[in-house]
Design a protein around this ligand. Sequence first.
Ligand SMILES: Cc1cc2nc3c(=O)[nH]c(=O)nc-3n(C[C@H](O)[C@H](O)[C@H](O)COP(=O)(O)OP(=O)(O)OC[C@H]3O[C@@H](n4cnc5c(N)ncnc54)[C@H](O)[C@@H]3O)c2cc1C
Ligand code: SF4
Length: 546
Amino acid sequence: MSEHYDIIIIGTGAGGGTLLNRLAPSGKKVLVLERGPFLPREKDNWNYHGSFKYYSSEVMFNKDGGEIRPGFSYFVGGNTKVYGAALFRLREKDFESFRHCDGISPEWPIKYPDWEDYYTQAEELYQVHGKAGEDPTEPWRTRDYPHPPISHEPRIKEVFEILKARGMKPYPAPMGVHLNEAAMHLSPCIRCDTCDGYPCLVHAKSDSEISAVRPVMHKPNVTLVTEARVLRLHTSASGREVTGVVAEVRGEQTVFSAGMVVVSCGAVNSSALLLRSANDKHPRGLANNSSGLVGRNLMKHVLGSLVGVSTLKANPSKFQKTMAINDFYWGEPGYEFPMGNIQLMGKTVIEGLRGHEDKYAPLSIEEVAKNSIDWWLTTEDLPDPKNQVRVEGDQRIVVDYTENNGEPFDRLTERWKGILKEIGCGCHIVPQANYFTPKSGYFTTRMPMHSLGHQVGTCKFGEDPKSSVLDLTCRAHDVDNLYVVDGSFFVSSGAVNPTLTIIANALRVGDHLLRRLGARSTAPERSEAMRQDLKRDLVFKMAATR
Ligand SMILES: Cc1cc2nc3c(=O)[nH]c(=O)nc-3n(C[C@H](O)[C@H](O)[C@H](O)COP(=O)(O)OP(=O)(O)OC[C@H]3O[C@@H](n4cnc5c(N)ncnc54)[C@H](O)[C@@H]3O)c2cc1C
Ligand code: SF4
C-alpha cells in the first residue's frame, strides 16, 4: 500500500481534469491516476491518417456479441484531446421535463439558475469564444462570453448571411480555442483545418490537459501518475467506504488509498469500473444496491453528419466550425417535438476520401474536398434503463444500447437537406468517414451505435437513492466517500454537445469537496466578485422563445 492521500481522482478528462484544477490550489494532497500517457507532440497530431493512433483500438461488444470499437482517447485530457471544442450550455428547458417524440425527457433535480454561475466559470476556464443574444434558444446569462466570437471565413460568412436573409437565426458557435484574432502574430491558435477530431499540435485547444491539468500539475500537493489503469475499488467490511484503489501502473499492481475517491473515467468506463468492483456488500456492483441503475440510462445522442457538396461554389475554409443553428431545437411549425441542433464540423479533407472514390461517384473526390460544407446534427436520445453498460467476466464490456427518438433526427436531416439544396449548398449530400471512430472505415450520414463520443448518463444523480446512483453532490448514495465526476451524472442528454456541462459540474462538485475537506474554496473571491457583478451588470435575458 502506498502513502495515503486526501483525495484520489481517477481519469483526467473533462470531469477529472477540471476537478483537479479546482482542488489543487487548496493544498490538499491529491493523487491523480490516469490510464494513458501524455499525448505525444508530433507531426502526426495534424496528419489525417497519423491521427488515428490517438483513438484506442479496444473492443467492446453489443448485446448480440458483435464487436464495437468506441475509439476512446486514453491520454491525459481524455476524449477532450480530440474533441471539437464546441462548448454549449444546455438550454433552460433542457433541465425541465419535456415531451419528445419517443417519450419524456425527465426533469433534472437542479435547474438552470443553479448552473449559471458554474457555466460562466467553465467558459472562463476553457476560454470560450461566442456571442450572446444571437441564438433565440440560448438561456439567460449573467455575462457575455469571455472571448469574442470566432470570425467566419468568407464562404461560411456568405452562407451565414443567406440563412439570415431567409429569416433563420444562425449564430456563432461557442468554441474553446486560444485564439487572438485581433493580433494573430500573438495567437497560440492558428485556425488550422486539423482541429475537430485531431489533437492540437500547438496546445491551443481548450482541452482538459491544457486548460485544467497542466496549470496545476506541478503543485507540490498534486501527484499525477500516468499509465495507471484502475482495475477495481475495494471497500471496508461495512461496504460504506472505499478503502483501496487497485491500479496497474506500467504492468505492476499497486493499491492506493485516500479519504475520498472520485471516479472520472467517462460514462462507459466509470460504470464498468463500479460494476467490476462488486463485492459481498455490493453484489450487483459498487454503489448499485439502492437503485440498480449503475450502467443504465446510457445516452449518446442521435448523431449524424451532412456533407453538402455544391457544384457551384468552392469552400476553401480551413477553420470551418464557426456556426450553429437552433431554429429546429424545439421543433417546427406543425411538429411539436424537439428536433435538435445543427452545427458546422471540421472540413472534409481529401486524405479522408482517397481510396473511397466509388462512394462519391459521379463526383470526384477533389470536387468533394474542394466544395463541401460539413454539418453535424444532434438530436436528444432519451434515457432508458434498458440501454446499459454491463461487464462480463473481468474485462468484457457490453454496451447494450438501442437508439430511440430517431424520427425527429430524420426530420431534422430532411429539413436541413432541403434547405441546403435551396441555398445551393446541397447539390449532392455525401457520406462522411466515421468521425467518432475513424478506424472503422464506416461511411455514413447517421452515426452508428459505436459512436460513443457523447456518452453520458450511466450513474444519474438525484435525491432518491432508489431512482438515482449519485446524490446532488455526485456522491454515491451507497458509499460515503465515493464520487463520480464526469458525464455519468446526466439525467437527460439535451441536444447540444455535453462537455461544458461536464466541466461546470466538476467545478460545482469541486466546491462541495473543498467544503467537505475543510479547505477554502479556490475560487471564493471570483465567485463573490461575480455575485457583486450580478447586482451591477445587465442580466442578459434571452429566455427560450418557445
Ligand atoms: C471526436 C470527438 C469530438 C468531440 N467533440 C465535442 C465537442 O465539440 N463538444 C463537446 O462538448 N464534446 C465533444 N466530444 C465529447 C467530449 O470529448 C466528451 O463529452 C468529454 O471528453 C467527456 O468527459 P468525461 O470526463 O466524461 O470523460 P473523458 O474525457 O473520456 O475522460 C475519461 C478519462 O478517464 C481515463 N480513464 C478511463 N478509464 C480509466 C481507468 N480504468 N483508470 C484510469 N483512468 C481511466 C481516460 O483515459 C480519460 O482521461 C467529442 C468527442 C469525440 C470523441
Ligand atoms: S484550429 Fe487552433 S486549436 Fe484547433 S488544432 Fe488548429 S491551432 Fe489548435
